[in-house]
Design a protein around this ligand. Structure first.
Ligand code: NAI
Length: 460
């Protein structure tokens, strides 16, 4: 039996970051991962490859359609999809290799195989190189997998998940996306730009549930203009492959026949087959591991973070939790501020959000003031030809403390960092308004939206 101080099961953004931080704090750390490449869904088949493809498809679209507006004429623009996919793979390989390097640097012992809890402080590694491990602390960071959809059988080819949609060998003629959430919109955008007809079927009467509804409505208008077709209030009952095509059945509507289907109706925590029951860890009704404020399960020595616990399934949320969890184990302190976790949809334009939505403030009867500023009135956005969208700041009616910031527009994912820091520091909208923002930058739209909270934006 090999002894360590901490065993981390799962090397995704939650697990690998926790492992590195724990090693920095002086623990002898083991990390068990069933995939040969480290980094989890995010690095291997999620955030990173999708961003590589989003960037590439945007460059292609620009070259083919919009560079001429800048006075740059390009002729003979051709899509080289194999090259685009090869570049995506290189980006992923560099990053998974980077995590392996960081493990070595921090002297983390890596085990390849499936981790299974077999008793208090004991975890077995199953696979071609079985091991028996023990440690005082065990951290479950096994992430999530695609939620299944009744009537829709994933065949790993024509009817697939984001994993398949990141590697279609050719541009689909007609891609049907089930679910207008993060994944559906990001990957729907990629294939729309590369020339596919894209139809998004969404069960609810809106896209991006959970995001601020004003911003989601604007997003729907923009994506519709880009050529994506939305069918809201659509309940998919079946998707069946018929030779080279797929027939998608929707309750109360005619079938759609297409050549590819992307199922993106959410994700479910990976908590089965881990042996959690052997030590008495009971799951909640959604299959998640219940934890306290310090990521402790209700069984001594076992902790859980990331997609297997409550809260949004986001890589950076898992990272924060991983750090806070191991810091609490070692130092007795460790905290995550869930009011300051941004969410970003990497479409073009991007959509980013932090804190409360206007819908939530209304539902909770919180008195607020609102300031919005359109990118159309921002000089840099004009120069970039990125005038779609706006910044919306929600601040408390009496204290002026910033409660939520929602942005749709170019580089919204980068701009939201200022808002997250503002919320983290308990800033008011006046604090942002009185902060000098370099000119000409997109970030000035944040300053102007903050001025707008008090009804005194300069440029509108
Ligand atoms: P999601 O939860 O974002 O969206 C799923 C969508 O599917 C919802 O709009 C839901 O109403 C709809 N839906 C559910 N059942 C349906 C049905 N039967 N028919 C039609 N529509 C249905 O889930 P998604 O996009 O699969 O992403 C999974 C997770 O991965 C999310 O929690 C997300 O936070 C995370 N993620 C984050 C990204 C980012 O941070 N940029 C990118 C990709 C994923």
């Amino acid at each position: 039996m090999k002894k360590h101080d901490l065993i981390v099961i799962g090397a995704g953004p939650g697990g690998y970051v926790a492992a590195i931080r724990a090693a920095q704090l002086g623990l002898d750390v083991a990390c068990i991962e069933s995939e040969s490449a480290l980094g989890g869904t995010c690095v291997r088949v999620g955030c990173i490859p999708s961003k590589a493809l989003l960037e590439a498809s945007e460059r292609y679209h620009e070259a083919a359609h919009t560079l001429k507006d800048f006075g740059v004429n390009v002729s003979g623009v051709e899509l080289d999809l194999p090259k685009m996919l090869e570049r995506k793979t290189k980006v992923v390989d560099a990053l998974t290799g980077g995590v392996a390097f960081l493990f070595k640097k921090n002297k983390i012992t890596r085990y390849l195989g499936h981790g299974r809890v077999v008793g208090p402080g004991r975890v077995n590694v199953e696979g071609s190189a079985p091991e028996e491990l023990s440690a005082k602390h065990v951290l479950i960071a096994t992430g999530s997998s695609v939620a299944p959809l009744r009537g829709v059988e994933l065949d790993g080819d024509r009817v697939g998940t984001s994993t398949e949609a990141l590697a279609y060998a050719e541009v689909p003629k007609h891609l049907v996306v089930i679910g207008a959430g993060y994944i559906g919109l990001e990957l729907g955008s990629v294939w729309n730009r590369l020339g596919a007809k894209v139809t998004v079927l969404e069960y609810l009467e809106r896209i991006l549930p959970g995001m601020d509804s004003d911003i989601a409505e604007e997003a729907e208008r923009i994506f519709t203009r880009q050529g994506i077709e939305f069918k809201l209030g659509s309940k998919v009952t079946a998707a069946k492959t018929e030779g080279d095509s797929v027939r998608v059945s929707i309750e109360g509507q005619p079938d759609i026949v297409c050549d590819r289907v992307l199922v993106s109706v959410g994700r479910v925590p990976n908590t089965t087959g881990l042996g959690l029951d052997t030590v008495g860890i009971e799951l909640d009704p959604r299959g998640r591991v219940p934890i306290d404020d310090h990521f402790r399960t209700y069984v001594e020595g076992f902790y859980a973070i990331g997609d297997v616990v409550r809260g949004p399934m986001l890589a950076h949320k898992a990272e924060e939790e991983g750090v806070a969890c191991v810091e609490h184990i070692v130092t007795g302190y460790g905290h995550v501020n869930y009011d300051a976790i941004p969410g970003v949809v990497y479409t073009h334009p991007e959509i980013a959000s932090v804190g409360k939505t206007e819908d939530e403030l209304k539902a909770q009867n919180v008195p607020y003031r609102k300031g919005t500023f359109p990118f159309l009135a921002n000089g840099r956005a004009r120069a970039l030809a990125a005038t779609e969208g706006r910044v919306k700041i929600l601040a408390h009616q009496t204290t002026d403390r910033i409660l939520g910031v929602h942005i749709i527009g170019a580089r919204a994912g980068d701009l939201i960092a200022e808002a997250a820091a503002a919320i983290e520091f308990g800033a008011t909208s006046e604090d942002i308004a009185r902060t000098s923002h370099a000119h000409p930058t997109l970030a000035e739209a944040m300053k102007e939206a903050a001025f707008a909270v008090a009804g005194r934006a300069i440029h509108v």
